[in-house]
Design a protein around this ligand. Sequence first.
Ligand SMILES: Cc1ncc(COP(=O)(O)O)c(C=O)c1O
Length: 415
Amino acid sequence: MDAFTYRSGEAFCEGIPLEELAKNYGTPLYVYSGAALDARCEALKAAFSGHPTLPCYAVKANTNLSILKRIAAHGFGADVVSVGELEKALLAGVPADRIVYSGVGKLRSEIERALDVGILSFNVESVGELTLIAEVAQKKQKRAPVTLRINPNVDAKTNPYIATGLYSTKFGIAENEMTWFLEIASNNRWLDLVGLSCHIGSQITDVKPFREVAERMATLSREIQAKGFELRLLDLGGGLGIRYQNESPPDFAEYARTLIPAAEAAGVRLLIEPGRSLVGNVGVLLSRVLYVKRTPAKTFVIVDAAMNDLLRPSIYRSYHEIRAVRDGGTSRIENVDVVGPICETGDFLGLDRTLPELKPGDYVFVEGAGAYGFAMASNYNTRPRASEVMVDGSEARVVRRRETLEQLLAPELVD
Ligand SMILES: Cc1ncc(COP(=O)(O)O)c(C=O)c1O
């Protein structure tokens, strides 16, 4: 479904004009479509209905509590990478036994809390971590469920900053080190090896790396089962890409057809950790034009959203479609850079874009901002973070209040 559409030249989210949202709630403003989010969740579930599968939403993609609650209500689990994300997932109603804990730098206190609440598994990345988990588990006299996160050394053919499945990255365990990990697990009764996991990167638009990894993980699972370990799950991570510009990523059905055979071959439950593919295209970032600056070299449309609100264009050079909220079709078309107010040349939302001629007070929106948008926002340049609203039909509600200067300054008012 396309939740963001034009009607008579005016952009809407479901039943509400974006301009109305901008005027009511101010800008910069993240706008999410509830119906689009529900549709993505249900489409994913339907695609994987042929095999027992637990989708664990990768909370990092968008940590808003209302988004989490909504995803939890579809029966999803969660993939978390910090105790903060763990608490948010629990608060949103995700049962602890549907939560997996990923990440290369888990703290002792985080491991303790996760063990206390009874998560489904720790996705283990190093010997140091496995040893620490065993120590904490023994202290608490409670077995710790673990999966070994394998680094399959597969090139996901994505931006190097979000590729995680190569030996040159900090992630996972190389296959030739597995015997070492298996020995530790089999000699320690406080460790319960429940399966294998992997995650090879994000924004993957080709099915081949998924297939390659799924097959390899199935083979590895069978080898480990042959050694007497009773594996119960295979976690194949997240990473499915979305369309930002002209990509054509696999749809959920093709993705499921690629992954399910691996779990079937291993005779275990399948876990996946989708983030971007669920929330990426259910949100936009709405912004107001402050100035139009015409220089001999270029025209800059200076808007009130910046790299602190949406970091992806600046750090990954990623492309997000930018559209005028009123796209009347009558005005002149201009080639412009859409930039924010931050004092960095790297502060842009889009370069060399063709947009209708804009003037101060007009609104634009940045598409595909539902994933790694607000979640990566900062206070750089002492800018309070944006507000977020959720639209359902013709109703909108604030799901995160705009940060105030007072809130921003409070932690520093120490004397
Ligand atoms: C371990 C793990 N699982 C899942 C994800 C979610 O990836 P995506 O949002 O691309 O689906 C990530 C993101 O980097 C991750 O690190």
